[in-house]
Design a protein around this ligand. Structure first.
Ligand code: NI
Length: 170
C-alpha cells in the first residue's frame, strides 16, 4: 500500500492532456492500486492518474469511499459514449482543496474503457456517478473543474493557490 502525493492547482501536469495507455502491465496495475489507496486515504470519490503526476489515461472511482468493494471502478482509457440531461451541483476536487463550486454536468452518461485485464467495460452512470466520471475524464484532458466557472471566480481561485504555494501554506 502506498499513498501518493496529490498534485495541487498550479502544477503543470494537471493542465496537460494525458496520453492513452498502450499496454496494461504490472506497473500500471501497481499505479492503479496506489491510486485507490490514495483516493481512499484522502478521502475522495474519484482520482485520475495526472493528479498523482502520471500523465496517462487512467481513473479510479468509488462512491462508497472504500466501504463496498463492488463499487470500485478502475478504468483505462475512459471515454464518454453518450450523455444526456443537465444537473447543477456543488463540486470539489482533491487537487483544489477546500473549494466547492456549482458546476453543470450531464445527468446521465455512458462511458467506455477497459479494466486492468484489458477487458472492455461499458458503464452507465447517473447523478453523482455521472458527475464523478465527467470530472475525472476532464482531468485526463488537462481540465480542472474550475475551468467551468466564470473567469472571475476561476482567477480568484488560481490566485489563492498561487499565494498558498508561494507562502508554503498547506
Ligand atoms: Ni478532481
Amino acid at each position: 500500500m502506498a499513498i501518493l502525493e496529490i498534485l495541487k492547482l498550479g502544477h503543470p501536469t494537471l493542465t496537460k492532456k494525458a496520453v492513452p495507455v498502450e499496454k496494461i502491465d504490472d506497473q500500471l496495475r501497481e499505479l492503479a492500486k496506489n491510486m485507490i489507496d490514495t483516493m481512499h486515504a484522502a478521502p475522495g470519490l474519484g482520482l485520475s492518474a495526472p493528479q498523482v503526476n502520471v500523465s496517462k489515461r487512467l481513473i479510479t472511482v468509488d462512491l462508497s469511499l472504500g466501504e463496498a468493494e463492488e463499487e470500485m471502478i478502475v478504468l483505462v482509457n475512459p471515454g464518454i459514449l453518450k450523455q444526456e440531461g443537465k444537473v447543477v451541483r456543488e463540486e470539489g476536487c482533491l487537487s483544489v482543496p477546500e473549494i466547492f463550486e456549482k458546476v453543470a454536468r450531464p445527468q446521465r452518461v455512458v462511458i467506455k474503457g477497459t479494466d486492468l485485464e484489458g477487458k472492455e467495460r461499458i458503464i452507465e452512470g447517473a447523478d453523482l456517478l455521472a458527475r464523478v466520471f465527467c470530472h475525472e475524464i476532464d482531468h485526463l484532458d488537462g481540465r480542472l473543474f474550475i475551468e467551468w466557472l466564470s473567469p472571475l471566480k476561476r482567477n480568484l481561485i488560481k490566485k489563492k493557490f498561487k499565494h498558498k504555494a508561494e507562502t508554503g501554506r498547506k
